[in-house]
Every structure is written in C-alpha cells, then in structure tokens.
Design a protein around this ligand. Structure first.
Ligand code: 2BA
Length: 151
C-alpha cells in the first residue's frame, strides 16, 4: 500500500489528510455560549465545529461571533453567555467535504476557510480538513519536483 509521501497530489483524497473527529475540539448545539467560549479559549482555536446530540454536523462557531453577540452599547453583557445557546449564533451556511473528494476540491474549499468540515452521506461528522494540511502537501510537491529537475 502506498503511503501519503509517495502519492501524487492528484491521487490524494480528503480522507488522506483528515483530522479525525475524535481529535477535533467541538461543541454541541444546546451548549450555553459560556461553554463554547471556554472550549475556544482553552483549545486556542478561533472556530470549531458544532454537532447535534447524534454527532451530526450542524455548523461552526467562533470567538468573534460570540463576542459580537454579547457586546452591548457600553459594555460586554456577560450574563448573555449563560442565557444564550450555541444554536442561536452559530454559522450554518458552511462548506462541507466528504472523505472521497479530491485534493483539488479540498484546495478550493480552504481558499476561503481556514478549515472545512468533513461528513458522511448521512451528515455524521467525520472530522476536519485544515489549510495547514493542504499547504503542507503543496509545499512537499513543489520541493519534490524541484529536486527532480535539479538531478
Ligand atoms: P485557527 O484557530 O485560526 O488557527 C490558525 C492556525 O494557527 C492553525 O492552522 C494552526 O497552524 C495554528 N494553531 C492555532 N491554534 C493551534 C493549537 N492549539 N495548536 C497548534 N496549532 C494551532 P490550521 O492547523 O490550518 O487550522 C485551521 C483552523 O482549523 C484553525 O484556525 C481552527 O479553527 C481549526 N482547527 C484546527 N485543528 C483543530 C482541532 N484539533 N479541533 C478543532 N478545530 C481545529
């Protein structure tokens, strides 16, 4: 079986580059915003996926949208962090890939998003594909081709 190192970009699929669901920080639809902000601050990520109770992908949420929601006219209304839920402020219109999509599909998707969620045909969350994973492969490909032309 060929490893990722031996594969041409055109043979790489989303599955080869996936960060699997168990390694991805996420929040649930019905979590209070306080919990979501805690996950975001503790993990260090600016945005993470949102899942429903059956682990289907439903959206993403980030620090900026949470802070905007609790921003009042003169102060941050921190009490809203416990009264508002993730489903009230999350983004639902998000790009999504499947494990069988090609490297080019993935490259196009991460032009506008730092990460793209991956789900199966029933909508169950498989993981994420990051811009970092794509850029690493592009860099490896350029480096390999340069080595070949210098020989
Ligand atoms: P950001 O949180 O805005 O992170 C931008 C880049 O900063 C990341 O790019 C990574 O290179 C670095 N970075 C940020 N926090 C990090 C941490 N705690 N550990 C290591 N590196 C960190 P990418 O790796 O391309 O990730 C793109 C986006 O994917 C991240 O944007 C974040 O929203 C999401 N992400 C990545 N890994 C995740 C994970 N395990 N769980 C949840 N979300 C993740």
């Amino acid at each position: 079986m060929s490893t990722l190192k031996d594969k041409q970009l055109t043979d790489i699929t989303v599955e080869d580059l996936l960060i699997s669901s168990e390694k991805v920080a996420h929040v649930q639809l019905n979590n209070p915003l306080e919990h979501a902000l805690l996950v975001l601050v503790k993990s260090g990520y600016s945005a993470v996926p949102v899942l429903d109770p059956s682990y289907k992908l439903v959206g993403t949420i980030g620090k900026t949208v949470i802070l905007n929601q609790i921003l009042g006219l003169e102060r941050f209304e921190f009490e809203k962090l416990s009264s508002m839920r993730v489903e009230e402020v999350m983004y639902t219109d998000i790009p999504c890939l499947s494990k069988n999509d090609t490297f080019l599909d993935a490259l196009k998707a991460v032009i506008d998003s730092p990460f793209v969620c991956v789900s199966d045909a029933e909508g169950y969350f498989d993981g994420i594909l990051t811009r970092r994973a794509i850029l690493k492969q592009v860099s490896r490909d350029i480096y390999t081709k340069r080595q070949l032309t210098e020989k």
